[in-house]
Design a binder for this molecule. Structure first.
Ligand SMILES: NC(=O)c1ccc[n+]([C@@H]2O[C@H](COP(=O)([O-])OP(=O)(O)OC[C@H]3O[C@@H](n4cnc5c(N)ncnc54)[C@H](O)[C@@H]3O)[C@@H](O)[C@H]2O)c1
Ligand SMILES: O[C@H]1[C@H](O)[C@@H](O)[C@H](O)[C@@H](O)[C@H]1O
Length: 342
């Protein structure tokens, strides 16, 4: 079977996903697209030589008879509406983060899936598909370093064009909020946000860097540095400290250069390059599991948990206190799809 996909939002990542599905991945084709910027949708269809219909809005794409599954890559605030409509139409949907901009919105999606009777939604937390994170998880799960006690991690980007408000937490650190609970097979109970000396490279009125401190149910303490104007590169770090050793996220492969009395390695600058392979794995696994009628990646439940964590982090930044993170028990409904993948 060839999965026939409709894409809502043909901006940066929408185009990337269209290209990878059309030219690199197997088992799917793009048959429908839409964008509020119709010119953009036209351009993509022409440039990628797609055999796809261009629709006037996302709802028409979802309702099209020849569309089996939906990819939502429009702006964050529109995701909830399109995911909701996809579930109502009984179609599988891959939604880029955020699943919805509020925890309440994510909960509504979870409830809609439960009412529908099976999970249909996968959220675009691509780090779970990254080879280096999977290698790190394998070591943590193996028990080689004993029980995990602490995690030190960092999310650094050279600059943050277009960032406003608390986006460092709600747009960037959501990746850590997802991948660390997956890595540790745990959930969070509290958040605290420290505000270090502000870099002179931060846009006016914006705090940068931040330190997010999370505590998990098992008592593991996590520090996540967010530094989105670090100038030097896109640098993702993660070290798990266990009872008998430590395990570090592998660095991206790069040539070690010995020259002029220096030993050096290149550091990536673009997040797209850092996770380029993981997007391929993520979408390929999504295509295969959708054909099988399963959700095998991060579910709507995971999207909800991250939204609750992000809300608590924003509150903790404001209050400058330790804020509780109250996550209800995961419904059994989501257990199977959660386990399938790992
Ligand atoms: N997982 C990741 O690493 C990752 C990376 C980049 C972006 N994202 C997420 O993907 C989403 C898109 O990001 P982007 O960088 O491609 O943004 P973008 O602005 O380049 O593209 C978004 C596109 O959606 C279109 N759009 C907006 N509202 C629409 C609507 N109602 N119907 C149809 N089209 C609509 C816009 O015209 C635009 O072309 C964001 O939510 C972002 O957070 C995730
Ligand atoms: O949408 C992007 C993307 O998700 C990147 O992985 C993250 O580092 C950026 O901060 C974010 O803006």
């Amino acid at each position: 079977m060839i999965l026939r996909i409709g894409v809502i939002g043909t901006g940066a990542i929408g185009q990337d996903h269209i290209r990878r599905i059309t030219h690199s991945l197997q088992g799917a084709e793009i048959v429908a697209v839409t964008d509020v910027n119709a010119e953009l949708a036209n351009k993509v269809v022409k440039e990628e030589k797609l055999n796809a219909e261009i629709y006037g809005n996302g709802h028409e794409v979802i309702e099209a008879d020849n569309v089996d599954a939906i990819i939502v890559t429009s702006w964050g605030p529109t995701h909830e509406e399109f995911v909701f409509a996809s579930i109502s139409a009984g179609k599988y949907v891959f939604c880029e983060k955020p699943l919805a901009t509020t925890a309440k919105g994510c909960k509504r999606i979870v409830e809609a899936e439960e009412a529908h009777g099976k999970p249909l939604t996968q959220v675009g937390f691509m780090r779970r598909f990254d080879r280096s994170y999977r290698q790190l998880k394998k070591i943590v799960d193996s028990g080689k370093i004993g029980e995990a006690l602490m995690v030190h991690s960092a999310h650094r980007a050279p600059e943050a064009p277009g960032f406003s408000g608390d986006m460092a937490l709600t747009d960037s650190l959501v990746h850590e909020m997802d991948v660390l609970r997956w890595l540790l097979d745990d959930d969070y109970v509290s958040a605290q946000v420290l505000l270090p000396k502000r870099t002179r490279f931060a846009a006016e009125g914006l705090q940068d860097p931040h330190i997010l401190l999370l505590e998990t149910k098992k008592g593991i303490r996590i520090s996540v540095e967010s530094f989105v104007n670090c100038q030097y590169g896109y640098d993702i770090q993660c070290q798990v400290v266990g009872e008998m050793g430590t395990a570090n996220l592998p660095e991206p492969a790069s040539v070690a250069i010995r020259s002029e009395a220096n030993l050096s390695n290149e550091i990536l600058v673009d997040w797209k390059d850092r996770f380029i392979d993981s997007y391929d794995v993520e979408l390929q696994e999504w295509i295969y599991s959708t054909i099988k009628g399963e959700v095998s990646g991060p579910t709507a439940w995971d999207g909800f948990v991250v939204a609750v964590t992000a809300d608590a982090s924003v509150e903790a930044k404001k209050s400058q206190k330790i804020e509780p993170i109250s996550i209800p028990e995961r419904p059994d409904f989501y257990s199977k799809s959660h386990v399938l993948h790992y």
